[in-house]
Design a protein around this ligand. Structure first.
Ligand code: AR6
Ligand code: MG
Length: 351
């Protein structure tokens, strides 16, 4: 892998943090929609054009739980300079009680309530008790993992360990944890590649597949029909990519999904980022960061989280220079997220 210079690497940290925020804020109004109709896609195109156009006054686009939790993890890593699960759990709970209406997953709130009730004396039992002991397989672990992936990118074992531990504060189902791991590995890969060179999309997927092959060990006992579900989804990503334009949105949604389940949203986000390396019909822009997020939103479903995860990958690959500043001006907290990326890069690179 070609060496990434320091200035570029720092820009990638900021870009990835801003990618989460941008996808989250812009995707939020579309959350839960079906695959967008062609009319809705035109409206979406015009909306993005307007955001990028001359400045206009409008209320800032609000972020949701994805960005709230991402911010908590980033703040904790910056302040503690290591993974401090107690500190992260306290930040999750505090921000939840300050603003409970940020669109949290329906079940994860129970974890926050139990953590507060046990006064953080037991950090893991509340998550383990979710869904009668199965734990959550929602994408809530993956959606917030960006700061951890950035912080631990120099050491893959550390990345895996930190991701597992932090995710298990709320998500203990292996599918939920492995989804966070896949997203973290994909962010790391994006971060380490030089955006001046064309992205080798097939290689990118093959690298993910070989990593997940070792991570998705024995799934016995989970009642899964398919023992390596992420590996299978990634193979579908590869097939769809090889089909190019022939893989229309209906097919992509049918094969990969756009739900709150990690298994049916993390590979989708990766696909969006990779597909957006090339032009996509109906998305008129030369900017691949915008294309990634606009395409993710056009697929419908859990648009803020898939948009945020895809944005994190695009931002980690291109760096923050790719992001149109006019768009950032319309987002709540974009300066804060840029600064968090900056500080996180300082802490990480001074280790
Ligand atoms: N069994 C049955 N249903 C489940 C299970 C399970 N083991 N695990 C998850 N679900 P949750 P999240 C379903 O609440 O992952 C927000 O919009 C169940 O319907 O743990 O933090 C975020 O922004 C459950 O309520 O939340 C994300 O986009 C749902 O999956 C998204 O929600 C989500 O799991 C997920 O957030
Ligand atoms: Mg969400």
């Amino acid at each position: 892998m070609a060496k990434i210079d320091l200035t570029l690497l720092k820009s990638k940290f900021r870009g990835s943090m801003l990618g989460v925020l941008t996808g989250d804020c812009l995707g939020h109004p579309y959350e839960g929609d079906e695959l967008l109709t062609s009319g809705m896609k035109i409206i979406l195109q015009k909306y993005f054009d307007k955001l990028e156009g001359p400045p206009y006054k409008a209320p800032a686009m609000q972020f949701t739980d994805d960005s709230v939790m991402t911010r908590s993890i980033a703040q904790s890593l910056i302040e503690k300079r290591q993974l401090d699960l107690l500190d992260i759990a306290k930040r999750f709970v505090k921000s939840y009680y300050e603003e409970p209406n940020r669109g949290y997953g329906p079940a994860v709130m129970t974890v926050f309530e139990k953590l507060r009730a046990n006064r953080f004396s037991d950090l893991f039992t509340p998550a383990k008790e979710q869904f009668n002991g199965q734990g959550s397989w929602g994408n809530g672990g993956a959606m917030r993992i960006t700061p951890i992936a950035l912080f631990s990118h120099q050491n893959i074992d550390l990345l895996l360990e930190m991701t597992r531990k932090e995710t298990q504060l709320t998500h203990t189902n292996k599918i939920g944890v492995d989804g966070a791991i896949l997203q973290a590995i994909a962010i790391r890969q994006s971060l380490l590649l030089n955006p001046d060179n064309e992205l080798d999309v097939k290689q990118f997927i093959d690298d993910l597949i070989s990593q997940m092959d070792t991570i998705e060990f024995d799934e016995e006992g989970l009642g899964l029909v398919e023992p390596k579900p992420y590996k299978i989804q990634l193979s579908l990503v590869k097939t769809l990519i090889s089909e190019g334009e022939a893989a229309n949105a209906e097919k992509v949604v049918q094969k990969l999904g756009t739900s709150v389940a990690a298994l049916y949203s993390v590979p989708t986000a990766i696909y969006c980022f990779l597909r957006a390396q090339n032009q996509i019909e109906g998305i008129i822009t030369d900017n691949p960061f915008r294309r990634t997020i606009q395409y993710a939103i056009s697929l419908g479903g859990d648009t803020d989280t898939i948009g945020g995860m895809a944005g994190a990958l695009a931002g980690a690959f291109y760096g923050d220079k790719i992001i149109n500043p006019a768009i950032l001006k319309h987002l709540e907290a974009s300066e804060e997220f840029q600064l968090l990326g900056e500080k996180l890069s300082d802490v990480t690179l001074s280790q």
